[in-house]
Design a protein around this ligand. Sequence first.
Ligand code: PEP
Length: 249
Amino acid sequence: MATRRPLVMGNWKMHGSLAGNAALLAGIRQGAASLRGQPELAVCVPYVYLAQVQAVLADSAVGWGAQDLSVHDHGAYTGEVSAAMLAEFGCRWVLCGHSERRALHGESSALVAAKAAGALAAGLTPVVCVGETLADREAGDTECVIGDQLDPVLALGADALSRLVIAYEPVWAIGTGRSATPEQAQEVHALIRASLGRHGAADTRILYGGSVKPDNAAALFAQSDIDGALVGGASLQADSFLGIAAAVS
Ligand code: PEP
């Protein structure tokens, strides 16, 4: 079995300022050096800060990326940003289908999969987010909802699947302070892993996201199918982001 290197990725959402980012990035850069390359680290920032992040992190071990991309290559799509544009700013990563994009911008699972395919074609690594709402979970529909979200991504095929990352982010755990328990997360990660395995990509990394903090990260990372974390709020402070990274054994 191939080794799945742990990955801890920050999602800044719509937060930041030039001055605040400078301090945050300096702290992450400095702390990352002492993690001795384990795990892989990255931050996904608002588009307008990509040049700043590229300048600060260019010769560091910390990667960077965006939080969304256009499904189109170029053209009359006011306000959109293409995968090739992200690649020009040194992005390695791009989030696809974060629950806030699905809920607030009506992104369908088919669109999310098309964005992931576009990202791969431009040499980016898409991090495809899936997750159920509390209502879905309480109705016993978690497996079905995750399956529906994954299906168009699985249809991209084994080669694509082996080059992307999945993030399981239960919507009820995002920004609520109420993380899934390690057992709840592992149960869904195992389902996702089995689906990937049936499509020839059992070694694709699967991150957990949803109120990950330094004090709950180690228990989550101890689960066999959790390969790291997608971190929102706790990625906005260098010490908490690095504390999560340090919890990777
Ligand atoms: C997220 O936005 O992807 C996320 C997981 O947020 P938080 O860590 O704040 O729950």
